[in-house]
Design a protein around this ligand. Structure first.
Ligand code: WQD
Length: 331
């Protein structure tokens, strides 16, 4: 039995699909602050199997204890947390209390019930803006915003807990830029309000909800002056969690792994790929750089393959095809 925190969210719901398809029994907790329980109906439609769902916040110790008293979990896949970079700069206390205290509460209850395995949703944002890509897991880390610091602090918490308890089994997954949607078009990324991230914003332009895309800077030292990122299909990312789970079944200690494709694409290259996949013109406006952005970031993905036997299979065209398919049906 696997507990998925934040399992009604974008990456969480796609991971539930892969877990169910692989034969795992899945329990999901989510506070539904940034997602809807209906996404689990779509997960059932895709897989033909159900997750058990509890509306519980990771900060709710009693609620967590009740869930752990009803099920025996081999492992927790921990997605739950606030994740908007800009918002974290406006509301740092909210981010630190929710993300750090929430994870400490979760770890306390896990320990009480003898659950020693955790796959943690970290982020490539921990590489900061002082490293040259491709990023490797041994590079120095730093952050430029409270959201990123909460990820790095949680990595440190989990590392120290595993040092103190030799039975702990921890995989820290550093995601690059997850985009796309399940090919069924039943689940995908549909943030509330105006999207912060590139591809959901492009989706809203493609379906006519927004007039054009602001390109944040075209004077970076990159192929065409616009920001370069390592976009990874959310289904590939979800399969990376399955590989991490299988690793934990045989290994204790802490493993830190990049989940990226190893390929970087510029903003304008993504716009072109999306226009081709959707058949829609995406008008752009060159705007000033966005504070905190790095010029270029992409993964050295070799450790994931060496340790987990996982590598991304889908390319930018499939990512844009599936993002458009979802946007045209569900956004
Ligand atoms: C990608 C590129 C922008 C929007 C962040 C977080 C990371 C993770 C993913 C949570 C950049 C450009 C964007 C737009 C643009 N989040 N852009 N116009 O900033 O690489 O990563 O989201 O886990 O932790 O740091 O992703 O999609 O916001 O930006 O030109 O309207 O697109 O400048 O070059 P980012 P992004």
């Amino acid at each position: 039995m696997i507990l998925v925190t934040g399992g009604t969210g974008f990456i969480g719901s796609h991971t539930c699909v892969e877990l169910l398809n692989a034969g795992y029994e899945v329990v999901v907790i989510d506070n539904l602050m940034n997602s809807k329980a209906e996404s689990l109906d779509a997960v059932k439609e895709i897989t033909g199997k159900s997750c058990t769902f509890y509306k519980v916040d990771i900060n709710d110790e009693a609620g967590l204890r009740e869930v752990f008293s009803k099920h025996t979990f081999e492992c927790v896949i921990h997605f739950a947390g606030l994740k908007a970079v800009g918002e974290s700069c406006q509301k740092p206390h909210f981010y630190y209390s929710n993300n750090i205290s929430g994870t400490l509460t979760l770890l306390k209850v896990m320990n009480e019930f003898g659950c020693k395995g955790i796959v943690f949703s970290s982020s490539a944002t921990v590489y900061g803006n002082n490293n040259e890509p491709p990023f490797t897991e041994d590079m120095p880390t730093s952050c430029t915003n409270p959201y990123g610091w909460t990820k790095l602090m949680q990595e440190q918490m989990l590392t120290d807990i595993a040092l103190a308890d030799k039975d702990m089994r921890v995989v820290l997954l550093r995601y690059f830029n997850p985009i796309g949607a399940h090919p069924s078009g039943l689940i995908g990324e549909n943030p509330n309000g105006i999207p912060n991230n590139l591809v959901p914003y492009i989706c809203k332009v493609a379906i006519g909800q927004l007039p054009y895309l602001n390109v944040y800077g075209n004077d970076y030292d990159t192929v065409d002056g616009t920001g370069v990122r390592d976009y990874i299909h959310v289904v590939d990312l979800a399969k990376g969690h399955l590989a991490a789970l299988k690793y934990l079944e045989k290994n204790t200690g802490v493993l830190t792994v990049n989940l990226g494709t190893g390929n970087g694409y510029s903003v304008l290259q993504v716009v072109d790929a999306y226009a081709k996949a959707s058949g829609k013109e995406i008008p752009v406006n060159i705007a000033p750089r966005r504070q905190g952005d790095i010029a270029s970031g992409y993964a050295n993905a070799s450790k994931a393959y060496e340790k987990l036997g996982w590598k991304a299979e889908l390319g930018i065209d499939e990512m844009c095809r599936d993002a458009w398919n979802y946007a045209s049906k569900k956004m």
